[in-house]
Design a protein around this ligand. Structure first.
Ligand code: NAI
Length: 516
């Protein structure tokens, strides 16, 4: 009898489980996108779009990611073995996903039409003409991307602002989309990117935070949740912050302004150190050990560069001015002024130390990228330093492990801000700078030179054979370290006259004016 009961109980349990299974299956079928792979499309295959989407594809194998761009050479490069940007670890990530769930294409409209989520990561240059010239962001590329999305969409979409944009851009984009929507529902999110070039893959794998801003409506919150779910594949929930649209947009500008401000602060200190005999490395170490301040971004240098810092601060300044806050605008402007001052100061040091003229003297430039581990030269301080030395008629021999001759020539002949347009739309000067040669070896660059300037902190420059360099240079041999990476005493022992930013000066340099 007991056995019969047990058998009967088992049968009931089986029946119950079968029923439960059916209900679960039915519920799952009702979920959106059931049976359909979520599709992401990113407009703009640049320094942000490429690496970010590659990491999303790697971490979310069930999501199909298409990265699209109007630049054919750029897309061809993403589909080749020679990726268009150098970033440690990027090659491996791309190789693992490309052709599986990661695609690079110039078929912009097709992929946008098919996508559920569209990221927009196009250029946002500084305006060079018209209202706000020299400060405001030029949203031409953003607006044309938004109009195209509205044009080709046949299904509801989440549109994600990934480019750094002025506050309230999302609202403007929302207007463009909804006024052209043909009944399609667009939700706009702001998801600014905080990656740093040179460590982009590391930053994307383990971001300090992911920030998602959206409308605080039921549809807005649903869209925020959908994007949060993408990042939740690998980012801990507590690191995914959600805010309203404008806080997200402003946070990105504020974060870059704060970072740049730290560099300008320590660079301002470096000038005072040189005047007083203090050592800026010791000062910044002492300051940085205060746990309220922290040690990062406190290295004195020839100045900050990169595509974002200056542009984002100018943008911030413009927004402050437009909102009737001239004092706040002035405060942030000073960060850029100190950066310019630091570059001018460096050039003046070089010229003043070398008997007030560098005319026809060979000066070796080691490093052209705006920082190590990237080939990016946008707003690199090397451009202004080289132009300053060329203005004094120097002959430059430049070596950078990642930057091509073509890029260096472009940078030295292009107008300010022109670099931030898609490659095929950049106005090009027909001439090259004849006093500049680009070589592929630091020893070649320094041979017969009167002076060496380190402008990028590449690790390989720390271990150069400085004795060999000294032996092959003109005398007196000058060494100007714009990144504080060499051992000043060791070089002085060899015989160099050494200047290292913010360090106690050689007797030779003491009476030389560093400011024009
Ligand atoms: P990028 O210049 O490397 O890439 C932008 C790409 O967009 C270009 O390849 C261009 O051809 C493409 N593009 C422009 N208009 C287009 C259109 N209508 N359709 C299709 N493609 C189009 O720029 P990057 O560095 O990737 O920056 C993009 C945005 O992200 C900018 O707003 C920048 O300020 C921001 N940002 C950049 C960071 C960086 O480290 N580079 C970090 C965080 C944000």
């Amino acid at each position: 009898m007991r056995r019969i009961n047990e058998k009967f109980g088992m049968r009931n349990l089986r029946g119950f489980l079968k029923g439960l299974n059916k209900i679960i299956k039915f519920q799952i079928q009702r979920l959106p996108n059931r049976g359909k792979m979520v599709k992401i499309c990113c407009i703009g295959a640049g320094y942000v779009g490429g690496p970010t989407m590659a990491v999303i594809a790697l971490k979310c194998p069930k999501i199909e990611v298409a990265v699209v761009d109007i630049s054919v050479p750029r897309i061809n490069a993403w589909n080749s073995d020679q990726l268009p940007i150098y970033e440690p670890g990027l090659d491996e990530v791309v190789k693992q996903c490309r052709g599986k769930n990661l695609f690079f294409s110039t078929e912009v409209e097709k992929h946008v039409a098919e996508a559920d989520i569209v990221f927009v990561s196009v250029n946002t240059p500084t305006k060079t003409r018209g209202l706000g010239a020299g400060k405001a962001a030029d949203l031409t590329y953003w607006e044309s991307a938004a109009r195209m999305i509205a044009d080709v969409s046949k299904s509801d979409k989440i549109v994600v602002e990934k480019s750094t944009v002025p506050v309230k851009t999302a609202e403007a984009i929302e207007k463009i989309l909804t006024h052209n929507s043909k009944g399609i529902n667009f939700q706009i999110l702001s998801n600014p990117e905080f990656l740093a070039e040179g460590t982009a893959i590391k930053d994307l794998f383990k971001p300090d935070r992911v920030l998602i801003g959206g409308r605080e409506t039921p549809e807005g919150l649903k869209a925020v949740k959908a994007l949060k779910d993408v990042y939740a594949h690998w980012v801990p929930e507590e690191n995914i912050l959600t805010t309203n649209l404008w806080s997200a947009e402003l946070s990105k500008l504020a974060a870059n302004a704060f970072l740049a401000q730290r560099i300008s602060s320590v660079n301002a200190m470096s000038a005072l150190c040189e005047a007083t005999g203090a050592d800026v490395s010791q000062v910044s170490y002492a300051v940085g050990t205060d746990s309220r301040i922290g040690p990062k971004f406190l290295n004195a240098s020839v100045g900050f560069g990169g595509s974002c810092f200056q542009k984002d601060i100018l943008n911030l300044v413009y927004i402050c001015e437009c909102n009737g806050l001239p004092e706040v605008a002035e405060y942030w402007k000073q960060v850029i002024k100190i950066n310019d001052y630091q570059k001018t100061r460096f050039v003046n040091r070089v010229v003043a130390s070398m008997f007030n003229t560098v005319a026809n003297k060979k000066v070796a430039i080691l490093g052209f990228a705006f920082k190590k581990d990237t080939g990016d030269t946008r707003e690199t301080p090397a451009i202004d330093v080289c132009k300053g030395l060329l203005g004094d008629k120097a002959r430059l021999s430049i070596y950078d492990p990642q930057v091509t001759e073509d890029q260096i020539q472009r940078d030295l002949t292009m107008n300010k801000f022109d670099w931030d347009h898609p490659l095929h739309l950049q106005p090009m000067s027909p001439t090259t700078v004849k006093q500049v040669s680009v070589v592929w070896d630091a020893y070649e660059a320094t041979k017969d030179a009167h002076a060496v300037c380190i402008l990028t902190e590449w690790d390989e420059f720390k271990t150069l054979d400085f004795q060999r360099i000294y032996d092959n240079m003109q005398k007196p041999a000058f060494f100007f370290d714009g990144r504080n990476i060499i051992n000043v005493n060791k070089l002085r022992e060899i015989g160099f006259i050494v200047y290292s930013i913010g360090k106690p000066l050689d007797a030779w340099l003491k009476d030389m004016p560093a400011v024009a």
